[in-house]
Structures are given as C-alpha cells and as structure tokens.
Design a protein around this ligand. Structure first.
Ligand SMILES: Cc1cc2nc3c(=O)[nH]c(=O)nc-3n(C[C@H](O)[C@H](O)[C@H](O)COP(=O)(O)OP(=O)(O)OC[C@H]3O[C@@H](n4cnc5c(N)ncnc54)[C@H](O)[C@@H]3O)c2cc1C
Length: 320
C-alpha cells in the first residue's frame, strides 16, 4: 500500500491527506499544534470565542466552489458577507471547526513536532522526537520552515525547487482578541476595514455568530507594516496600542485583551506553481497556491494529484 506522511494539519495538509486517502493511500498527518487548522485558528477561553487567524475565505476557483457548496450543504460553512459580488464564507463554529471536520476519519496526530525530513538513500524519512516515518511526504509548513526541516537534504532537491521555496516571503500580523462588556460598534455583519494606522480591520465574532457571550468578542488585526515595525514589542503593549487605534469601533468597556503574534500570516506570493514535487516529496501550502485558505486548498490538492500521478517534476526524484 502507498504510504504518505503529511506534515501540517492546516487547509493544505488536510486537503492533500483527504485526496490521498480517497485513493486508498495510508496517510498519517503530523501537526505540532493543539488542534487541526493551522492559520485557520480559533481561540476559545472561558466561553469567549475568537477567530484570530483567517477570518473568512473566498471561493473563486470552480472546483473549490463545488467543494464549498458541499460543505455548506453539510452545514459546516455559511456565507458571512459579500464584497463586489464575492461571498466571504465562514465556518459555522469558528474557522478551526471546519478543519476539525475535515480531519475526521484521518489519522491526524496533534502536538507532534517534526524535527527534520531527510533523504535516507532510497526513501524520505520524517523524524519526530519519538518516531521515524517513511514514505511519500507532503510538507505544508510555511516554506521557510520547510527549508529548515529539509536542511540536511537540500542537495537532494532540484536547485530550482529550493530557489522557489526561498523566494516566498510572508507578512507578519498581530491579532488582538478583545472581550467587551457590551456590544461593539462594528457594523453588521461584524467586519470593518480601517484605511490607515496600525489596524487593518476589526471583526466581531459575536455578530459573526461564533461567540455566544453576552458582551462582544472582537478580533483586531494589525497592518503588516505595523507588525514588522513593532515586532519585538511586548504582547501587552501591542494589545494596548491596537485597542487604542481601534477605539471608535469597540463601543463598550474592554474586559480582557489577549494577543497573538503571527510571524507567517500571509504569503507574499513568489511562485507560479501550485505545488513543488521531487520524486516522492511534495511541498504545498499558501506560499505556493496563493496567500489564502483557497490557495492552500488548491495547493494541497495539486500536491496530492501529482503524487497520485507519480509526476516527479523536473530534476531530482526518488532515484537520487
Ligand atoms: C492573521 C491572519 C489572517 C488571515 N486572514 C485570511 C482571510 O481572511 N482569508 C483567507 O483566505 N486567508 C487568510 N489568512 C491566510 C490563511 O489562513 C492561510 O493562507 C491558510 O490557512 C494557510 O494554510 P496552510 O495549510 O498552507 O498553512 P497552515 O495553516 O499554516 O498549516 C501549516 C501547519 O503545519 C504545522 N507545522 C508547521 N511546522 C511543523 C512541524 N515542524 N511539525 C509539525 N507540524 C508543523 C502547523 O502547526 C500548521 O498547523 C490569514 C492568515 C493569518 C495568519
């Protein structure tokens, strides 16, 4: 039986894993986080709920549109807002709720950090602290992290593939999760963009329907430039600055602020390929497919299809 180890249980990894499993492959997904989802992240603390990574997703590709339609029919996702005729979809119970549903039935192992991925003279080996796995591999961590995992075996990959991976950069972001004692001033259905200053937008998770708390739970995302300029700022200070900058849209007394720092928030696309494949090693993720949930889905699917078709790409392959 064909065997594959997928590194990462975000949208790209789960999509690749599901596509391979549907074709009868034995797939194990390893993820260092607590829950599936990756940057489709939802924090739940004391009954307060925040999407603090991706807020929504779009579906412009026809294939992805029909998948999203299936998810909608199952009651997993629903339209949240529409901008210029394009629907912004959200997961009905927080973005990582969708990931949890996609992970069901897969062998997904959370809190397992992969330490390295190496060529073992005939096959690829995925090494964690406790275990070593062998088989085909799909890597879906941000590309800078994939390069670190592959460090000792980069000479086994085509130079062009490594260069492509190195060319993709990511924008940072601070996400402040703010619990209010009353309703927010964010207009329905719970999203407002801010044209200038430290804050890119404010989203109301209560208006969005994922937080049921009496007071509103809002997420404030910083602009990438502000995050870059203030990267070393203590989280508390960043939270205070973002709350102050978003002030007009909060509209109620602040009860609690939590802050998350995203080093790799959104990929600045540098690659035209949806997935990179060398022999039985594939690399996927939003760094290749496009800097959003849809891009991660398309990239994960492309990686699986190329492994299924045994399409090793140019240069190196399993034979090196
Ligand atoms: C703040 C923010 C706002 C965003 N807003 C939007 C939005 O509104 N709409 C939109 O479409 N997109 C948005 N995005 C982008 C979107 O979230 C990503 O493009 C998409 O979720 C990426 O999916 P992925 O599977 O490629 O990567 P990820 O979701 O990052 O998944 C990679 C996984 O790999 C795991 N991993 C990494 N290294 C290891 C290791 N060594 N061992 C084991 N596991 C490992 C991680 O734990 C992670 O779960 C946003 C992202 C952020 C951070």
């Amino acid at each position: 039986m064909n065997r594959c180890i997928v590194v990462g249980a975000g949208m790209a990894g789960l999509t690749a894993a599901r596509a391979l499993m549907a074709e009868g492959w034995a797939v194990t997904v390893l993820d260092k986080g607590w829950n599936p989802g990756g940057r489709m992240a939802t924090r739940r603390v004391d009954g307060r709920v925040f999407d603090h990574g991706a807020q929504f997703f779009t579906a412009r590709d026809e294939g992805f549109q029909s998948t999203v339609q299936e998810w909608a029919e199952r009651g997993w996702v629903r339209p949240w807002r529409e901008v210029d005729g394009v629907v912004r979809w959200c997961s009905v119970d927080g973005m990582n709720g969708l990931a949890g549903k996609l992970a069901a039935g897969l062998d997904v192992r959370q809190r397992v950090a992969v330490e390295r991925v190496e060529w073992a003279g005939g096959s690829w080996r995925v090494v964690t602290r406790e275990e070593t796995f062998e088989g085909a591999v799909v890597l879906t961590a941000p590309l800078e992290q994939c390069l670190q995992l592959l460090e000792g075996s980069l000479d086994r990959l085509p130079g062009a593939m490594v260069e492509t991976m190195r060319a993709v950069a990511y924008e940072p972001c601070f996400a402040a999760m703010v619990s209010l004692r009353g309703s927010s001033a964010v207009p329905a259905p719970g999203y407002v963009e801010i044209a200038e200053g430290p804050v890119a937008f404010v989203a109301d998770n209560t208006a969005k329907g994922i937080s049921m708390a009496a007071g509103a739970d809002v997420t404030i995302h910083s602009r990438a430039e502000w995050a870059r300029a203030n990267w070393d700022m203590p989280l508390q200070d960043a939270g205070r600055a973002l709350v102050e900058a978003a002030g007009a849209w909060l509209g109620a007394e602040v009860e609690r602020v939590q802050v998350h720092r995203w080093k790799y928030a959104k990929a600045v696309r540098g690659a035209t390929e949806r997935a990179l494949v060398a022999g039985r090693l594939a690399v996927a993720g939003d760094g290749l497919g496009g800097a959003r949930v849809e891009g991660a889905f398309l990239s994960g699917l492309a990686a699986a299809e190329r492994l299924l078709n045994n399409d090793a790409g140019e240069g190196c392959g399993a034979s090196v």
